[in-house]
Design a protein around this ligand. Structure first.
Ligand code: COA
Length: 258
């Protein structure tokens, strides 16, 4: 897995696709994971999008194999992603994100519109309040709270192996990093600013998502001009891992239409 220095942190990422892109070609795509996640959540989509363009998914600082510490604001993570775009030599990219990663992507589109060629907003919203029991629980009873998150995070048909792997991965997090991710989500609210987003936007959500319910995605769709909404039947919050084939079909259609 390659890594790259961004300021004083070393960020790990996966990538697929051609080594270099001609300026006229489809822009690269960069995916960010959600609270307490890693690049693994986007692996099926990076592999599939790599057949069309250069595709990346990173481990945010303090997550997975990246060094450094997490942030407790979305704008803090936006600076990380912008720094990674710089370090990778990408003037513009389609920015994708899941849950907290979707908040990062939306905020990057608002803060650095010239760096954002499009948005892929997955299992996310314009406001991401977090259940106090989850936010505090990761610090007071980490293992039990990871179980609670696991119960909310998947649709009814998700295979038990996926749930087991997800639980093992969540338990590897530093509880403080996880807490600060949730704090960043809880502080995030751009409900009134979506009209300023002017880039092509694909919105994806599982119909059985209980952490960021489809209502949030409908709101994004209603307020981001020209956006496309694709609901994935039966999938929960971890829709990228639960239904990668349907995700990849929607993403490929979006990217080829840019
Ligand atoms: N898009 C559209 N509508 C939204 C929204 C979004 N992103 N976020 C909140 N709303 C709506 C709610 O549905 C609610 O509508 P209602 O009054 O018609 O029921 C209203 O805005 C206020 O909701 P909220 O700001 O969330 O405050 P709350 O006090 O009602 O609820 C929680 C707080 C934490 C209980 C609730 O947000 C929740 O259950 N969150 C999901 C669980 C979670 O922790 N997810 C993790 C996300 S990373």
């Amino acid at each position: 897995m390659p890594s790259i220095q961004v300021n004083d942190e070393r960020l790990f990422y996966v990538h697929r696709g051609p080594a270099a892109l001609a300026p006229a070609e489809m822009p690269a795509v960069l995916f960010s994971h959600g609270a307490g996640g890693t690049h693994r959540h986007w692996l099926p989509e990076v592999v599939a999008a790599g057949a069309l363009t250069r595709a990346y998914a990173l481990d945010l600082p303090g997550h997975g194999r990246s060094t450094g510490t997490g942030r407790d604001t979305i704008s803090g993570y936006v600076e990380v992603v912008r720094g990674l775009l710089d370090a990778l030599g990408l003037d513009r990219a389609v920015v994708g994100g899941h849950s907290m990663g979707g908040a990062i992507a939306q905020t990057l589109a608002l803060t650095y519109p010239d760096r954002c060629a499009g948005l892929i907003l997955t299992g996310t919203g314009a406001r991401l309040r977090v259940l106090p029991a989850i936010m505090e629980g990761v610090l007071t009873d980490f293992s039990a709270t990871v179980d609670v998150i696991g119960q909310y995070a998947y649709g009814p048909d998700a295979p038990t192996d996926l749930l087991r792997l997800g639980r093992e991965e969540m338990l590897q997090n530093d509880p403080q990093v996880y807490h600060d991710d949730f704090l960043a989500c809880d502080r995030f609210d751009i409900m009134d600013r979506l009209g300023e987003i002017r880039v092509p936007t694909l919105i994806l959500c599982g119909t059985a998502d209980r952490l960021t319910p489809p209502k949030y995605s409908h709101y994004l769709h209603e307020h981001i001009a020209g956006s496309t909404l694709t609901l994935i039947e039966g999938a929960g919050h971890m829709v990228m891992l639960e239904q990668p084939a349907q995700m990849n079909e929607a993403i490929a259609r979006f990217l080829t239409g840019l």
